[in-house]
Design a protein around this ligand. Sequence first.
Ligand code: AMP
Length: 252
Amino acid sequence: MKILVAVKRVVDHAVRVRVRPDGSGVETENVRMSMNPFDKNAVEAAVQLGEAGHADEIVVVSIGPRQSNDVILTALAMGAHRGILIEADGRVETLAVAKLLRAVVDEEKPDLVLLGKQAVDDDSNQVGQMLAGLLDWPQATFASEIKVVGGGLEVTREVDYGRATIGVALPAIVTADLRLNTPRNAALPMVMKARSKPLAVRPVAEFGIDVAPRLKVEKVSPPAERPGGRKLGSVDELAAAIKSELSELEAL
Ligand code: AMP
């Protein structure tokens, strides 16, 4: 089968994000960026399907500024075969991302599209579901296990009440959860090899899709500071502290 994987460049999950002083968003200048963590699970799943003989071509696609090349190169180093960068500056909202991905699906005709369950920058959790809707394909979101069974997939999903296993006919959309696998760190030779793999850079305008934002960000503000902790000397002191906090709450 042919697999398309969507990968987004986001602020590295280990970076403590800072809100811009003017409240217009999160600071991304001079901040370490990397592949959205769930997208790494999606790439790893694709590569493992390839290693198991179920996938013969893995194409990765990213929508974003020119620097998003980096996350495509990471995916190519992990084992993907080919990359597509849809170059777009500024914020591209989830519906526009889903429409662009649909255009790539129409061109590439993959049997499976793998995405992360959500991008950790805006926590939307929408693109996979929207893409499934636009294509009218079945979707299996929050996947923690993917098995190829007959001509389709058996996907185990992480849900509130536990784990649900569903059968999905191909072509399908699957979004990856963290427990799906442990993404590999590409060895240096693979990183070097990635640079010689095909990577097409295409301006967003080429797709003729309206990517103008529908939403206006009014204001972004950091979470309220948490009061510092304190160390208590004994269980009795702890009990007394809890009692006094509770009576303060009751008095409110
Ligand atoms: P979201 O719905 O924005 O939380 O994103 C869900 C998933 O859609 C991500 O984990 C990516 O796999 C994919 N995705 C979102 N934005 C982009 C983008 N700009 N480029 C490529 N893939 C994206």
